[in-house]
Design a protein around this ligand. Structure first.
Ligand code: HEM
Length: 483
């Protein structure tokens, strides 16, 4: 259980004390005083190289904080499954401290009882409003129709589907959280998506890293890091207005969405009890967007890339879908067991897409031993999901797009333990929903993709020692569909 009291504030002890390493601390790069390894380019590929040099548990110090990286399926599983309780908390960081506070840690940054309670509440509430049910499928199918209309407006000209996908996926989350969808041209909706996207980009940029390392100085300096906070303010403002209008129209006997349910729950709790406050409602709602929209829409982009890159695989999927679903009706979750090849392809897309290459940052809740090293209480721990999804001891052809990874005898779908794009343990609750999103969105696009070309643009990735995802990889694929 996440046991630390939430948002304790930053440790402002001297550098030498903060970064004291016990004798048996994991090895790693030599670090400059105060600056640590800030000048070393550390992205998820570099992390794999460091693992080759130092082993599966090693340390890097970016700015003020030392971080222990964990690599390879077996060691990651040891950390986040076997020793889940020892690494369940989220560490403090300067950016989060400025956005979240006290009992308002949202879904992502809260710890202890509050995290447990909020996580349980979010899952049961979203379930009751359709998560994993046929009502959800209906919303998704309706959204697909809007998406298709928008695509038809392009009249066969090349276009980049990234923002359309993001609109569609975010609208599904809007349905669950606010009980409504927005037109793609709605100004507030578009601003919200732009801010969400910018926040994720900036958190992973060098500005985010600098802010997190030197918050007291950076706070007073101009730079893009300031946009992170002004965007948060605008988003929270948007959410607060939504909460206000929900309060006005609330029917206690018939709550329609997550916000309604939260308001009703709030009335049962004391002020700030287990995070049931208005401030936390806005943050939790925002977290659902931050965690759910870019992740799912980027996965959809990867799906297009791989399906177009491998037309023979696309053909096989098409044949399977035509045989089971045909072209006259929408797909449904009930079709899944009858589509083993498609299922395998979707899993392989997620494995190769590897859109969250590390994990959410975790923290040792007590002195813990991992891989024979001592991880002192309070140390930030970062499991590398890339090292799991591409672990050569787990996957037959780790760097090749191969749906066979998920197919057993007679073409039956097989689950693989090292398939951890959502991380593992009890932390990720939304994988079912993400899966519904991905599969149901992808099916119609599988139809008639052939003959299209895709031009992947520049992908970027960075990592910051602070941000809520710690590492966020967004493949900003400039993918153009051409008929
Ligand atoms: C393909 C899509 C997605 C991927 C690959 C993905 C991946 C992840 C990963 C790796 C984490 C970090 C887990 C950890 O720190 O242990 C996470 C956390 C989280 N995700 Fe997702 N996610 C996806 C979609 C979604 C969706 C659709 C939602 C909700 C609408 C969502 C909500 C969350 C939340 C609330 C957390 C924080 C959980 C916690 O701290 O307890 N995710 N996700």
């Amino acid at each position: 259980m996440r046991g630390r009291s939430p948002r304790n504030g930053r440790d402002i002890g001297p550098d030498v004390v903060r970064n004291w390493r016990p004798h048996s601390f994991p090895p790693g790069l030599w670090a400059l005083p105060f600056l640590g390894n800030i000048f070393t380019e550390v992205d998820f590929k570099a992390i794999e190289k460091l693992a080759d040099i130092y082993g599966n548990v090693f340390s890097v110090r970016l700015g003020r904080n030392k971080t222990v990286f964990v690599s390879g399926y077996k060691m990651v599983k040891e950390a986040i499954v076997t020793q889940a309780d020892n690494f369940v908390d989220r560490p403090d960081n300067a950016m989060a401290d400025r956005v979240y506070s006290g009992d308002s840690g949202g879904l992502f940054m809260s710890n202890g009882e509050t995290w447990k309670r909020q996580r349980r509440f979010a899952l049961s509430t979203l379930r009751s409003f359709g998560l994993g049910k046929s009502t959800m499928e209906q919303s998704i199918c309706e959204e697909i129709r809007h998406l298709q209309e928008e695509i038809e407006k392009e009249k066969g000209e090349p276009f980049n589907p990234a923002s359309l996908f993001n609109n569609a996926v975010s609208n599904i989350i809007c349905q669950l959280v606010m009980g409504r969808r927005f037109d793609y041209c709605d100004h507030n909706f578009q601003s919200m998506l732009t801010y969400l996207c910018e926040i994720l980009r900036l958190q992973g940029s060098v500005w985010g890293l600098l802010y997190d390392s030197f918050p007291r100085v950076m706070k007073h300096l101009p730079g893009s890091h300031n946009k992170i906070f002004s965007h948060y303010d605008s988003l929270l403002d948007f959410m607060n207005k939504e909460v206000e209008s929900h309060k006005k129209d609330l029917d206690h006997s018939d709550p329609g969405d997550y916000i309604d349910a939260f308001i009703i729950e709030m009335e049962k709790h004391n002020e700030s009890d287990l995070g049931f406050t208005e401030a936390n409602l806005a943050l939790c709602s925002l977290d659902l967007f931050l965690a759910g929209s870019e992740t799912t829409s980027t996965t959809l982009l990867w799906a297009l890339v791989y399906l177009m890159k491998y037309p023979d695989i696309q053909d096989k999927v098409q044949v399977e879908i035509d045989g089971v679903i045909g072209r006259s009706r929408q797909p449904s979750m009930a079709d899944r067991p009858n589509l083993p090849y498609t299922e395998a392809v979707l899993h392989e897309i997620q494995r190769m897409g590897n859109i969250v290459p590390l994990n959410g940052a975790r923290m040792a809740t007590k002195h813990t031993t991992l891989g024979g090293y001592l991880i002192p209480k309070g140390t930030t721990v970062m499991p590398s999901l890339t090292s799991v999804l591409f672990d050569k001891t787990e996957w037959e052809t780790p760097h090749t797009f191969n749906p066979g990874h998920f197919l057993g005898a007679e073409g039956k779908f097989v689950r693989r333990e090292a398939f951890l794009p959502f991380s593992a343990g009890t932390s990720h609750l939304f994988q079912y929903k993400a899966y519904v999103n991905v599969s149901t969105f992808v099916y119609p696009f599988m139809l008639n993709l052939q003959g299209n070309e895709c031009v992947p643009g520049k992908a970027w990735q960075r990592w910051s020692c602070s941000c809520f995802w710690l590492v966020y990889y967004r493949s900003s694929l400039s993918l153009f569909l051409m008929e």
